[in-house]
Design a protein around this ligand. Structure first.
Ligand code: PEP
Ligand code: MG
Length: 692
């Protein structure tokens, strides 16, 4: 056994980076190597980074290093040498090596919104602020540096206060993490590099802090160690604090550079709503599916999107070059120059195609070959899309997902703001009117629900959330009833499970109408509908139909809940089968129940946005479809050339099937036979992969 006493002399203590070097050195020897704190019983295995970091050995800590084994003396000498050289502070090298790791990397995902984009990565963490790049004038460089230093000072004061409190309330052991945060904050690697970046790149301080922070993070993400990743999240935490303090104190820079590709693990729809859409070109996320809200919004806004990229986010850094190819469901990080050239050529082609589609636009309902009139409405999420209602010839707005008015979780809009938004909506929708859905939100909105639910899709969502947060609901209802004076508005209640939900919601609406009336505030009664998207609502559709003015069929959730498949989880996307017979029965049953009660049904899930599926819906009796505005011309072109009798025959065959595969095979076969020119193979369900 060989041993030596040592003192940690590095300014940052035995921090994660130094610990990583120690692990590398220790790993070269067969002997065991342990570190013991002299002031406590804590000891650590020098070959495990996790173990080393639990020592929390700050500057001045005294340690005993013990080596035991065949090469114990060499091992001890190597470790002592490393301590004396202050752990070969090679972060600069690491940093540079990681920044130059620019090998082309291709990742497969699911293209959910068409297009091809060549741009630069802008990493977004959920729940954190987006950062814009601004080119600043030479004369403003000093100001940016001062802003940055002020943000560092403010962050330090905040962290010291947090640390003091943590020490008092939790004890020294728990407060050391804030020591680490303070050390990160004071590390010249951060502060000097940010200032250098500001000067050399003439960048605003926010962007500089983000780019440098991302680089530092990439050091941690390269090492596959959970604890280290947590240290990475400490850095992220510090950077976010800095950014919050920067944007809180200084001006905001709305001019995001023009080719941003948002890369995120997951993206809150509300985050998309906040982006500067003139500059964001595409989205690439680790999670998500075809019907996740982020995908729906991307389609609505015409933003190219690829989702389900698994561990892609961790491999990127803000500023990296990236190609997003939704047609192939692929992203390419650090593309080779040849790849960029090839894609530049194709992306030009794509733009032309997009322009032609947007060029020719008819409006009003479409009439099938046998004279059946079918309304084609628009699904709208954001006020940006109001213009699209007219541009694509929609019969008004079949579904306004009003929750996207809420700019970020926890932030409710005032009655007046909502009133203005619904008025603008009614105006954009015109004589065909618009259906406003009551907030379809889950636990992320509102101050009462702080904890994430274990099963949010089955939790306090939609109508349930509204009934538990009546003030939120009443505010929205009042705004809708007031806006209805100036235009044709209806209101739909999301995620109705049964008649009881309908009655409770109607009671609130009736109370608000009455209270507005007695206060002499102009308001109008509106038709009230129920979203049918939960199996229990399908099974009791006749009962619900007798108590509401109309139905909206939400096929996205109907698939999710009927098949028990999370619509946002890419791991189960193979089970998300829109053409599953169980889903088709549900749709047919709902349409029949509404027909018997004499109320209309608007089919508003993504199914209606897919031309072949729209034909099937018509075959089951649907005559009112609401979809992504940009898809209206294509659905119109398909429906104008079919005969509803034929569509009924195909639908009947599908309804007689036992599996989704069978239905898809029938659709491929029948559509090719009946309408060969109308439905080329890529518009039909994909052929199954040959089984191995
Ligand atoms: C649906 O569920 O099909 C629907 C239209 O609503 P959302 O996609 O917003 O849940
Ligand atoms: Mg829904």
């Amino acid at each position: 056994m060989a041993e030596r006493r040592l003192q940690v002399t590095g300014r940052l203590g035995l921090h994660a980076r130094a610990a990583a070097n120690l692990v590398r050195v220790a790993g070269r020897f067969q002997s065991s190597l342990t570190l013991h704190r002299l002031d406590s019983d804590v000891e650590a295995d020098a070959k495990s980074i996790l173990s080393i970091l639990t020592l929390a050995a700050s500057r001045g800590t005294e340690l005993r290093v013990v080596a035991n084994g065949v090469d114990e003396q060499e091992a001890l000498d190597a470790v002592v040498g490393l301590f004396s050289r202050d752990f070969d502070e090679t972060e600069r090298q690491d940093l540079e090596r990681s920044s130059s790791a620019t090998q082309e990397l291709r990742c497969k995902g699911l293209g959910v919104s068409d297009g091809l984009v060549i741009g630069r990565v802008l990493r977004l963490q959920d729940g954190t602020r987006e950062v814009y790049r601004a080119q600043i004038a030479e004369a403003d460089i000093e100001r940016e540096r001062r802003r940055f230093r002020a943000a560092v000072r403010l962050s330090r004061r905040q962290l010291e206060a947090i640390k003091d409190r943590a020490e008092k309330e939790l004890g020294r052991g728990h407060a050391y993490i804030f020591d680490a945060h303070l050390l990160f904050l004071e590390d010249a690697k951060l502060t000097r590099d940010v200032e250098d970046y500001i000067v050399k790149q003439r960048s605003n301080a926010e962007w500089a802090a983000k780019v440098v922070g991302d680089r530092l993070l990439s050091i941690y993400t390269q090492i596959n160690d959970e604890y280290l990743r947590e240290r990475g999240s400490d850095i992220e935490d510090v950077i976010q604090r800095l950014l919050a303090n920067l944007t809180g104190e200084g001006p905001k820079y709305p001019n995001l550079s023009g080719d941003a590709v948002i890369v995120a693990r997951d993206l809150l729809p509300s985050t998309i709503a906040e982006l500067d859409l003139n500059h964001v070109k595409a989205i690439a996320t680790d999670t998500g599916g075809w019907t996740s809200h982020m995908a729906i919004i991307a389609r609505g806004l015409g933003l190219t999107a690829v989702v389900g990229l698994n561990e892609f986010y961790g491999r990127t850094r803000t500023g990296d070059q990236i190609i997003v190819d939704a047609r192939r469901g692929e992203v390419i990080l650090h593309p080779d120059p040849a790849t960029v050239e090839e894609y530049k050529f194709t992306s030009g082609e794509h733009r032309d195609i997009a322009a032609t589609v947007a060029g020719a636009v008819e409006s009003g309902p479409v009439t099938t070959r046998d004279g059946v009139s079918i309304a084609l409405r628009a699904n709208v999420e954001l006020p940006h899309e109001f213009q699209a209602v007219r541009n694509f010839g929609a019969c008004g707005v079949g579904l306004f997902r009003s929750e996207f008015l809420l700019s970020r979780p926890g932030l409710m809009h005032s009655e007046e703001d909502q009133y203005q938004a619904y008025r603008a909506l009614a105006e954009a929708a015109g004589a065909d009117g618009a259906v406003v859905r009551l907030f379809d939100v889950g636990g992320e909105v509102g101050s009462e629900v702080k904890e994430r639910e274990r099963n949010p899709a089955l939790g306090l969502r939609a109508v349930r959330f509204n009934l538990r947060n009546k003030e939120v609901m009443r505010t929205q209802v009042r705004a809708i009833l007031r806006a209805a004076v100036g235009g044709r508005l209806s209101l739909v209640i999301p995620m109705i499970a049964d008649v009881a939900d309908v009655r409770l919601a109607q009671k609130v609406i009736a109370e608000e109408l009455e209270s507005l009336g007695s206060a002499k505030i102009p308001s109008a009664k509106v038709p009230i509908g129920a979203m049918i998207e939960v199996p229990s609502a399908v099974l009791t559709a006749e009962k619900i139909a007798s108590e509401v003015d109309f139905f909206e069929l939400g096929t996205n959730d109907l698939v999710q809940y009927t098949l028990a498949v999370d619509r946002g989880n890419d791991k189960v996307s193979d089970w998300f089968r829109t053409l599953h017979p169980a889903v088709l029965y549900g749709i047919q049953r709902t349409l029949e129940a509404a027909g018997a009660a004499g109320i209309p049904v608007i089919v508003c899930g993504e199914m209606a946005s897919t031309p072949a599926y729209a034909v099937l819906l018509v075959g089951m009796g649907a005559i009112d479809l609401s979809m992504t505005p940009a898809m209206i011309p294509r659905v119109r072109a398909a429906l104008a050339q079919i005969d509803t009798g034929e569509a009924r025959e195909v639908a009947a065959r599908c309804l007689g099937s036992a599996t989704a595969d069978e239905v898809e095979e029938i659709v491929r076969h029948e559509f090719r036979m009946r309408w060969p020119d109308l439905f080329p193979p890529r518009t039909l369900p994909k052929e199954p992969e040959p089984s191995a």
